[in-house]
Write a protein that binds this ligand. Structure first.
Ligand SMILES: NC(=O)N[C@@H](CC(=O)O)C(=O)O
Ligand SMILES: [Zn+2]
Ligand SMILES: [Zn+2]
Length: 428
């Protein structure tokens, strides 16, 4: 017995249109894709899912997320985080190692992989730390961590302050064909800032976080990536200068790739309504000119993929106010509806452009076997209602985190069912 997903709308490669198709799924794989114009399939004896009027896409892949386990289970767990991701249409997520303990040892990688297997509902790929305890002093056991199954090395949450440490990390990672993923932030330029240097900080008499704190690391690391030959991936690009430096690096043949988050594509510091920490994340919301620059960077290929940087925090933590609350906002359950509504429905991007940056491009960048809807592939997919408008309501989130600046936004493009390896892991 298999599963038929009938009459769903499937994107046609290279064409900005959807075609009604039937998908047959067997043994966790897409066994057949047929044009609906050829008629109804014989579904007798099979499970049938009616996808009429829904988009059928490869499951989304998010290469930058925080699941908080081990150590911060009050913010999120692998159980709740993967369910939240599934509700957002994600089937593969790569989790950051800034847990407690941090993921800098084989046993912690094993812990996360075991939990994901037993309590998670989608695929979880852990990253390992670059430095022990993320302190920037000593490299972790890259070979051991790779063997245990990490997909790359990163100290996300903090920047690697020492150029020599970063160069050593890159040389070692390059020798084992592994990527280095960088949270770019020079601590000497940040010092106590909660928001960007810009209108909001000026108006409120606050110290701002300058763009250079990010871009200085981007520039430094591109030179180090050139010297070492590593695949260097820049996290959550937010500043115009960073986009410029990555573009330059790519033009010069450096193996640099990068990602951007929905909030940096959609919000600037001038949208912050007041001292509400649901608008506080790292990097901070930048100026309108930076927003235009990251959009242009994504559009010209300087920025390769879209990630959420899903960063749940508790209500109590976010209630501490703009200055004291931790950085970060949740992202899984709003990412696609936000981008679909604000960039595709408005006619600025094609649906294919958006889907590629959330599916096949991340897969390609990190050498993953998912992210494409075709016969023979594992049946990781999501069904999406493109036509029903609904407001963002954090009370509905499956994440423990409710920390979003998008409450009340009226959006289209809500996932209705998510499947991993042929098994429905979430449905409306
Ligand atoms: N992005 C954030 O604002 N916060 C992240 C850390 C990070 O991604 O740097 C977190 O772990 O909360
Ligand atoms: Zn980060
Ligand atoms: Zn992060």
């Amino acid at each position: 017995m298999g599963t038929w997903i009938i009459n769903g709308n499937v994107p046609e490669k290279g064409q900005d249109r959807l075609t009604a198709k039937h998908l047959y799924i067997e043994n966790g794989k897409i066994a057949a894709i047929r044009d609906a114009s050829e008629g109804e399939p014989d579904t007798a004896g099979h499970e049938t899912i009616d996808a009429k009027g829904k988009l059928v896409s490869a499951g989304f892949i998010d290469m930058h997320v925080h699941l908080r386990e081990p150590g911060f289970e009050y913010k999120e767990t692998i159980a709740t985080g993967t369910r939240s991701a599934a509700r957002g249409g994600y089937t593969v997520i790569a989790c950051m190692p800034n847990t407690r303990p941090v993921i800098d040892k084989v046993e912690t990688v094993n812990y996360v992989l075991d939990k994901a297997e037993t309590e998670g509902v989608i695929r979880v790929l852990p990253y390992g730390c670059i430095t022990k305890n993320q302190l920037g002093r000593e490299l972790t056991d890259f070979a051991g961590l790779k063997e245990a199954g990490v997909v790359g090395f990163t100290d996300d949450g903090v920047g690697v302050q020492s150029a020599q440490m970063m160069k050593d990390a890159m040389a070692l990672a390059a020798s084992m064909n592994m990527p280095v993923i960088a949270h770019c932030e020079d601590n000497t330029l940040v010092e106590g800032g909660a928001v960007t240097e810009g209108e909001f900080a000026r108006k409120n008499g606050m110290k701002g976080i300058p763009n250079e704190s990010e871009a200085i690391h981007v520039g430094r690391d591109i030179l180090l990536a050139e010297a070492t030959g590593v695949h260097y991936h820049v996290c959550h690009v937010s500043a115009e200068q960073s986009v410029r430096l990555i573009r330059h690096g790519k033009q010069h043949g450096v193996k640099v790739t990068s990602e951007v988050c929905p909030h940096h594509l959609l919000l600037s510091d001038e949208d912050i309504p007041g001292m509400d920490a649901n608008w506080k994340m790292n990097p901070p919301l930048r100026t309108p000119a930076d927003v235009e620059a990251v959009i242009a960077g994504l559009e010209d290929g300087t920025i390769d993929i879209i990630v959420t940087d899903h960063a749940p925090h508790s209500e109590e933590e976010k209630a501490r106010g703009m200055q004291l609350a931790p950085f970060g906002i949740v992202g899984f359950e709003t990412a696609f509806p936000l981008l679909y509504t604000k960039f595709v429905r408005t006619g600025r991007w094609t649906l294919e452009f958006l889907l590629e940056r959330m599916t096949s491009k991340p897969a390609e960048l990190f050498g993953l076997p998912w992210g494409v809807l075709e016969e023979g592939r594992e049946a990781d997919l999501t069904l999406i209602d493109l036509e029903t408008e609904k407001a963002v309501d954090p009370a509905e989130f499956l994440s423990k985190g409710r920390n979003t600046p998008f409450t009340g936004w009226k959006l289209y493009g809500w996932p209705t069912l998510t499947m991993v390896a042929g098994k429905t892991v979430w449905s409306e």
